[in-house]
Design a binder for this molecule. Structure first.
Ligand SMILES: Cc1cc2nc3c(=O)[nH]c(=O)nc-3n(C[C@H](O)[C@H](O)[C@H](O)COP(=O)(O)OP(=O)(O)OC[C@H]3O[C@@H](n4cnc5c(N)ncnc54)[C@H](O)[C@@H]3O)c2cc1C
Length: 302
């Protein structure tokens, strides 16, 4: 069985930074991810806070550059989902969803977040459920005037609305309250875009009807029924820490040191509010440094 010094789970900004930084040391490293390189950053319509990119490119462009940088440095991400991590006493046994197994002396969890569940009092049609998008990565590049409902009031919702608008769709943003919870620049871009914003939404049910979906809701108490081609629900995300549960942890990690010897965490996984790529990158580098120190203290580098 293959044995590594460090396995990094997740190839978003945190995992990519960790993988690239690990090359400074003579360690055996594997980067594993169930999604393309860049992770959630690929959902961003315009990234204006990532140093080195004055043109404010979409996150998908930065992700492609990251993929090229990994390849140029000889890092080929192992495209699998890690489905369990167990302790071996001297390290960890990682198993993929397809049953492949390998060992590592340290593990870096850079697994980011998963969307929180959207439930409606009147239910969601089983045909509609798989069509609900949680970010714009699966939204078609050209929308040809298609009506798109965006549910949510935060950065991801406004950014997704702007993406849908730039893809020539007709987005409408629905929020429960009267406040947009995003940076000033994003709120300004959104306001200037002329995208419709409906406040006071209480969504009731979602039905599927051939290529459309009908959202039944109360808006300021009045019943309304609107039909959309696409629905993007951005109502929040929670840490993907299920692999730490495998190891006996009963709470999501808050710090790079997870409390489990040899397991470190980085990026959105450990950040509850300000979730940004730059923070994830810094964490990823720091996590590798700590893993390196851990290995040196035990004198166990391969
Ligand atoms: C719409 C939107 C716009 C944004 N815009 C900006 C912006 O302009 N600027 C900015 O700085 N940030 C932005 N962000 C936030 C930024 O995308 C995140 O902060 C960043 O991607 C977090 O990086 P990460 O590596 O921690 O996690 P992620 O990018 O979420 O990557 C984690 C990866 O791990 C994989 N993974 C999880 N579990 C497993 C497993 N068991 N096995 C294998 N792989 C696994 C996931 O599939 C994922 O690919 C935006 C986010 C969204 C949603």
């Amino acid at each position: 069985m293959e044995v590594f010094d460090t396995v990094i789970v997740g190839a978003g900004p945190a995992g990519c930074a960790a993988a690239l930084h690990s090359l400074r040391y003579d360690t055996r490293m594997r980067l594993v991810s169930d999604e393309p390189v860049g992770g959630l950053l690929g959902a961003a319509s315009r990234v204006d806070n990532y140093p080195g990119f004055p043109s404010r490119p979409p996150g998908s462009s930065i992700s492609r550059i990251l993929a090229r940088q990994l390849a140029a440095n000889g890092i080929t991400p192992y495209r699998h989902r890690i489905s369990s991590i167990t302790s071996t006493g001297t390290g960890f046994l990682l198993t993929t969803a397809s049953g492949n197994r390998f060992e590592s002396r340290t593990v870096l969890l850079c697994t980011g977040t998963a969307p929180i569940e959207w439930t409606l009092p009147g239910g969601i049609d089983p045909d509609a459920a798989p069509r609900i998008l949680r970010d714009i990565r699966l939204l078609p590049e050209t929308l040809d005037g298609a009506p798109v409902a965006i549910i949510g009031s935060g950065e991801a919702a406004l950014d997704s609305a702007l993406s849908a608008h730039s893809r020539l769709g007709c987005p409408i943003v629905f929020t429960r309250g009267n406040r947009l919870k995003a940076s000033d620049t994003l709120v300004k871009r959104f306001t200037q875009s002329g995208i419709r914003w409906v406040r006071g939404l209480e969504a009731q049910s979602l039905r599927s009807d051939s290529d459309r979906m009908t959202l039944e809701s109360r808006v300021d108490g009045k019943l309304s029924r609107d039909t959309f081609r696409h629905i993007v629900v951005c109502i929040g995300r929670s840490p993907r820490w299920e692999r730490l549960r495998d190891l006996g942890s009963n709470a999501p990690p808050r710090h790079i040191e997870t409390g489990i010897d040899g397991v470190f965490a980085a990026g959105d996984l450990i950040t509850s509010h300000e979730r940004y790529a730059g923070i994830a990158i810094g964490d990823g580098i720091e996590a590798i440094e700590r893993a390196r120190r851990y290995l040196l203290e035990r004198n166990t580098t391969a």
